[in-house]
Design a protein around this ligand. Structure first.
Ligand code: NAP
Length: 913
């Protein structure tokens, strides 16, 4: 039997451990000893751990020699294992020649460059810095020089433009290197290993890049040199540059994520001065742009400031120094406790600069740290905060910040804005009155304002900034930058969490929001709480759940034989979306649209109705607290003909979600087509039929019939615009409706007993008077109301009932959008004609039927031309159920899964293999 080769492995790290595992698979080899570095604290090198598992003797030497002389006790231990071959997979120590020559078969060593190029400790970095076209490694016979011994084998690969030190190591030098070490040992074992003398031609000896002075980048160089230098040190240790601040101070930073940039100069960047660079560098939405001496640009995606790595585009949004230095005794005691927690997790000594992740912590350790901090200090940190502050001192500062200010701080800045104080409902509520653009409240460019009127008192409540096309453009640019910048970095699950945070904040502020809505739009407070605000919160929660469930399909398509093919679809956000909403449910319309839009991953700007934008502005304030990055959500009160039109016309807006009247919807659709063919969805007017058969539960039909018309004072898009009541119950139905109307409480919407508040605004109120006059002129019978509520200030319109309405009348065809019940009679013997009458309208938003006959009900559902059908109920909408009209009531859906698709685009990918 052939004698086994006895191998001593000298080295460290995962690379050496993997080589050990590989060699253990060979039967002609015996690993007689592993020589590695001493433990760091209580953490031993993975090579030692691996060797111990396999019962291989492990030796840990801090050093093999002193003053150039081999240490006798070390030599003795080495000799004791009787190695015939030394294998040095990755060795950072000086190994004495007594050891190198001590094995009869010699010593073979791995080096990560194609020798003789790039001798020295930083070979991979220099391969990139020098712009080599190939990278590779060598396995050579160690001798007494620095990487000069004869070559056993080399391997190489082309360098890709996207390669960095990290990628070339991970994709080639490591995996192929481990395998090649196995091949080299096999060649030695079979006596076929060559010893090729290294040529001196082309040999380079490169400086060690672990020395700080060598890591400083020369920015007065062509772009390619700058790019290569940064990627040669990416991600460890990072190229050093110095930022020059306007106040004269300097800051050392490290650059990562470089690439040559073909986009040319940027138009909307901000200047950052860097030492050694004669031209300014630019912070823009894609990073930091540096111009090389050849006029070509390099873009830097990430910058390390202190111990934190940030997106370069975020440079001006980051506070320069957030450290706390004035700790109390109690805080210092907590520091000791915290260090104990870190020590227990990392199994290592902790000092201020200990980096949680560099010390080997993984994701489970993050969870453990967060939980232990919660237990010990009752501070609810999030996992992200460990990633944001991975160094002990930073993490401790973050903890102290929480302890001092409570969880509300979490590093967020106090939002400043001009406000008016609403004193109502036993509350004082600060309501912002400026435009909300790019995370800040700002004045309108032209300083114009809108007067906001309280419909209950007809008095001006406050003035609110009124956006112009210029302001819209600013908001679109902010949304555009956010979409391609910070918002893209946020994972779908984080997005969902932000939406849930927002919903929680809305819940906590629901009384404030409902009070504002009530005062601003005239909504009855109890309804505002339940529906305007309640359903808004539900919409945010519902769509938050979709964020991480947006997925495409795999599709079987015909392959071109003999090849196979994989086709799949991706659902992607559209980009910047414009949202335009009406005044009837201000916050709810905003939420229905925006929650789906944001869940899909878009950024947006909303122009709420000019008459009641206040809840939208209060909402904007909450989005900052919820953690949405600047620019993701922008709120611009303004006029439809000006700001609204600018949204529809803007070329960077790729989708428009509109709710409003049919005429404006048609106009908007033209603008969408003319500007940039932006996708649009239109939720428009309605004239929804409600049919009440004689066989219904009459009590229920009257109750729901009333609310189908008078809910939210008729300012309800799905309001039943026309009731068809079977002749057999017609008079009784009217008698009961009138009885209920006479006892309806009309008055201050904030009063909990009120059932009917004022109409939204004067123009609308006047239109309702006009609508009723037209009905009377046409010959319909006005049996109740049709006028202002006597003796009440405010836009209070008496709930109204018309009977004897024939199909050709204006009031039978057109929407009033107010508390006006329009009743027509029908004969139960002619249901076919009834269906034709119900469908004889250009609208198709909603519909309803009351009958105990399931056949009649389903036949109605089959034949009615409307997006929503209610059977034995009315107004029963839900955030999970799709909502939207047919015919001239528009197209596209709000709510439900279908709404998500309104804000997504489908990409189809086909791969042949
Ligand atoms: P509207 O007059 O059509 O206004 C809707 C929104 O569009 C408002 O913000 C308005 O701004 C804006 N706007 C007006 N002209 C514009 C233009 N040229 N370009 C861009 N935006 C423009 O409707 P409304 O009177 O506010 O609301 C009542 C209508 O909405 C009713 O017909 C109702 O049925 C419908 N609605 C439908 C649904 C549904 O889901 N289908 C829901 C609620 C309401 P201003 O504030 O300056 O007018």
């Amino acid at each position: 039997m052939a004698l086994k080769i006895k191998i001593a492995i000298i080295g460290q790290s995962n690379f050496a451990a993997d080589v050990l595992e590989l060699l253990l698979e060979r039967s002609n080899i015996q690993i007689v000893g592993v020589f590695t570095i001493p433990d760091k604290g209580s953490r031993e090198d993975i090579l030692a751990t691996t060797a111990t598992i396999h019962n291989i003797p492990v030796f840990k030497f801090a050093s093999w020699r002193r003053k150039g002389i081999a240490l006798p006790e070390v030599l003795e231990q080495y000799k004791s294992v009787g190695a015939t071959l030394n294998v040095l997979p990755f060795c950072s120590q000086f190994i004495p020649m007594e050891v190198i020559d001590g094995a009869v078969l010699g010593s073979i060593c791995y080096h990560p460059s194609i020798l003789p190029r790039h001798r020295g400790a930083s070979a991979i970095s220099w391969t990139l810095i020098e712009g080599d076209e190939v990278a590779g490694f060598s396995i050579f016979w160690a001798d007494d020089g620095l990487d000069t011994g004869p070559l056993l084998l080399t391997r190489q690969t082309n360098l890709e433009p996207t390669d960095t030190l990290d990628t070339i190591y991970k994709r080639f030098l490591y995996p192929e290197g481990v395998k090649a070490m196995g091949v080299a040992v096999d060649m030695v074992a079979s006596g076929t290993a060559p010893k090729i003398i290294q040529a001196e031609v082309g040999a380079t000896y490169d400086p060690a890049m672990f020395k700080t002075e060598n890591q400083i980048i020369n920015l007065q160089a062509p772009a390619e040199k700058i790019w290569n230098f940064v990627r040669g040190l990416d991600s460890v240790p990072g190229a050093i540059a110095t930022a020059l601040h306007d106040n004269g101070s300097e800051e050392q930073i490290r650059l990562f994520g470089a690439h040559l940039y073909s986009g040319g100069p940027v138009s909307n960047g901000k200047v950052l001065r860097l030492r050694g660079l004669t031209k300014p560098a630019w912070i823009h939405s894609g990073g930091l742009l540096i111009e090389g001496t050849d006029g070509v640009f390099v873009n830097i995606r990430r910058i390390k400031r202190g111990t934190k790595v940030i997106s370069a585009s975020e440079w001006f949004n980051q506070a320069e120094d957030q450290s706390i230095t004035d700790f109390s005794e109690d805080e210092l005691a907590k520091r000791t406790l915290l260090a104990g927690i870190w020590k227990a997790i990392l199994k290592d000594e902790i000092d201020s600069s200990t980096d949680f992740f560099a010390s080997g912590a993984g994701s489970m350790d993050v969870v453990r740290l967060v939980e232990e901090v919660k237990d010990a200090f009752d501070v609810p940190l999030q996992n992200e905060q460990v990633f944001m502050a991975p160094v002990f001192e930073e993490f401790f500062s973050e903890l102290v910040r929480f302890l001092r200010l409570g969880s509300a701080c979490s590093g967020d800045q106090q939002l400043e804005f001009e406000a008016f104080t609403l004193r109502a409902n036993k509350r004082e509520i600060r309501v912002p009155t400026q435009l909300f653009i790019n995370g800040e409240f700002v004045d309108a460019e032209a300083q114009r304002t809108l007067e906001i009127v309280n419909p209950t008192t007809e008095e001006v409540l406050c003035k609110v900034a009124c956006a112009s096309a210029t302001d819209v453009d600013k908001a679109v640019q902010a949304a555009h930058s956010a979409f391609y910048g910070p918002w893209k970095q946020i994972t779908p699950r984080q997005r969902g969490q932000m939406m849930l945070n927002l919903a929680d904040l809305m819940e906590r502020n629901k009384e404030e929001l409902a009070t504002i809505e009530s005062v601003d739009s005239g909504a009855v407070y109890t309804l505002a709480l339940k529906t305007h605000v309640g359903m808004s919160i539900e919409a945010w929660r519902y769509f938050a759940g979709w964020c991480d469930k947006i997925q495409g399909n795999t599709i079987p398509v015909n392959p071109a034989r003999p090849n196979n093919v994989l086709t799949f679809t991706r659902k992607e956000p559209i980009g910047v979306c414009g949202l335009i909403t009406p005044w009837n449910y201000p916050l709810m319309m905003l939420s229905w649209k925006m929650a789906a839009c944001i869940a899909a991953g878009n950024t947006c700007l909303i122009k709420p109705a000019q008459t009641c934008p206040l809840t939208a502005l209060k909402f904007a304030e909450l989005t900052v607290q919820a953690g949405f990055p600047a620019g993701v959500i922008n709120v611009l009160p303004g006029k439809g003909s000006d700001a609204g039109q600018a949204v529809a016309d803007h070329k960077l807006v790729r989708k428009l979600g509109f709710t409003g009247s049919t005429p404006i919807g048609k106009h908007i659709m033209k603008s969408c087509a003319d500007s940039n063919l932006k996708k649009c969805s239109l939720e428009l007017g309605g004239k929804s039929p409600l049919i009440i058969f004689a066989d219904c539960d009459l009590d229920k039909a009257v109750r729901h019939g009333m609310s189908s018309v008078f809910f939210n004072k008729g300012e309800n898009c799905i309001a039943a615009g026309r009731l068809f009541v079977e002749d057999r119950i017609h008079d009784e139905f009217i008698r009961r409706v009138l009885k209920d109307l006479r006892t309806m409480t009309i008055g201050d919407p904030l009063d909990r007993a009120t059932a009917h508040g004022p109409q939204n605004h004067k123009a609308h109120f006047d239109k309702l008077l006009e609508f009723c006059k037209r009905g009377v002129d046409e010959g319909a019978k006005l049996v109740y109301g049709g006028c202002r509520v006597p003796h009440l200030k405010g836009y209070f319109f008496t709930p109204t009932v018309f009977t004897n309405v024939t199909d050709d009348m204006f009031i039978a065809q057109e929407e009033s959008f107010g508390p006006i019940m329009i009743i027509s009679k029908f004969s139960g013997s002619d249901v076919d004609s009834l269906m034709q009458r119900a469908n004889r309208t250009e609208y198709g938003l909603a519909s309803g039927v009351f009958t105990k006959d399931i056949g009649k009900a389903l036949s109605f559902a089959d034949n009615i031309e409307a997006g929503t059908v209610f059977v034995n109920v009315y107004n029963k909408t839900d955030v999970a159920a799709p909502f939207g009209g047919f015919k001239q009531s528009g197209y596209g859906k709000d709510l439900g899964h279908e709404a998500l698709n309104e804000y997504l685009k489908t990409k189809c990918v086909t791969v042949e293999y």
